[in-house]
Design a protein around this ligand. Structure first.
Ligand code: FVH
Length: 294
């Protein structure tokens, strides 16, 4: 594909992420029009070859592919609503974080205004955009995804999850929830050892090695969950884990470290054991989460 045949793209929102997206598109040779609520943020991109749109309507009219990356769902409506009549015949790709319900709402809104809609969940931080390791989840219009996949791949590896508009937001939320669980564990572990005088940097390589070794839990847990067989291949019984767990909290308290990040798991472990599942794996806790009774 020659430079001239690269689809034009409009980018609405030039925060940290929108700027990274626009930079990647410019670097790949896409004619790129940019708009931001605070116009001064367009200057560095215009210096790199972007066209500045005076308002959202002008930005939407400039390209058949319109990327939106704003703070949140209300800011998307606040920016786009006044330009809704310009959306007809365009592909609107929303890369703003939001809930599945917000994605569904935006899909319906876009459809009412004659636009093809894709919702995207960016699994990357701004410096990763355009580099290996970054991926973006998409759901919504298959036609829009197929038509613009080559352009979207400039930003990151594109993963299409189906026509249901809320699916990308659901997966995004699930992946970030997993990430925050890991962050909580890492922070608790580092609080424990630093309270005892160990430098975090000295301990971190060992922590990383251990977490890498344990990451296979995602796969083994998935197999147990999909089969609804929490005793499948159990190596470390729930009863054993529940017994040791309270000691973790004691060790934290003894060192003046709050156990509040770790503590919520304890009652779940004890309830599963009390319900007669001590011989199974920890994975059965998902039954308590799913019923919302936790
Ligand atoms: N940055 C990251 O690490 C994460 C990675 C995963 C995806 N998220 C989501 O991306 C959305 C944008 O994030 P961001 O990092 O670019 O955010 P900011 O740098 O804070 O920029 C926010 C932009 O939104 C504009 N804005 C805010 N409110 C309004 C409004 N009412 N009307 C129009 N525009 C609005 C703001 O404009 P300005 O303050 O410069 O005038 C920025 O362009 C976000 O959903 C992340 O969850 C990023």
């Amino acid at each position: 594909m020659t430079e001239q045949h690269k689809p034009a793209v409009s980018v609405l929102g030039l925060g940290a992420m929108g700027t990274a997206l626009a930079e990647a598109l410019l670097a790949a040779g896409h004619p790129t029009t940019v708009w931001n609520r605070t116009p001064a943020r367009t200057d560095p991109l215009v210096a790199k070859g972007a066209a500045r749109a005076a308002d959202v309507g002008e930005a939407v009219s400039a390209s058949r592919l319109v990327l939106v990356c704003l703070l949140d769902h209300p800011s998307v409506h606040s920016a786009l609503d006044p330009a809704a009549d310009r959306l007809r015949g365009r592909a609107l790709v929303n890369l703003t974080s939001g809930t599945p319900a917000q994605a569904e709402e935006l899909a319906t809104w876009a459809s009412c205004h004659g636009a093809d809609f894709l919702d995207g969940g960016i699994m990357a931080v701004p410096p990763m955009i355009g580099k290996p390791g970054a991926f973006v989840l998409y759901s919504g219009s298959r036609d829009a995804f197929d038509a613009y996949r080559g352009t979207l791949d400039v930003l990151a590896d594109s993963r299409y999850l189906g026509t249901e508009p809320g699916r990308a937001a659901l997966y995004d939320t699930a992946l970030l929830s997993g990430m925050y669980g890991m962050f909580m564990g890492i922070l608790h572990a580092l609080a424990l050892v630093t309270a005892d005088g160990t430098a975090a940097g000295e301990f971190a390589p060992m922590l990383r090695e251990w977490l890498d070794a344990m990451s296979g839990f995602a796969t083994s847990a998935a197999e147990q969950i999909d089969r609804a067989d929490y005793a499948l291949g159990v190596v470390s019984s729930l009863a054993m884990q529940a017994t040791g767990f309270d000691e973790f909290l004691d060790v934290a308290r003894e060192r003046g470290v709050s156990p509040e990040l770790l503590a919520p798991l304890g009652p779940l472990l004890r309830r599963r054991v009390a319900d007669g599942h001590g011989h199974e794996d920890i994975t059965g806790v998902i039954e308590l989460l799913r019923t919302g009774s936790a």
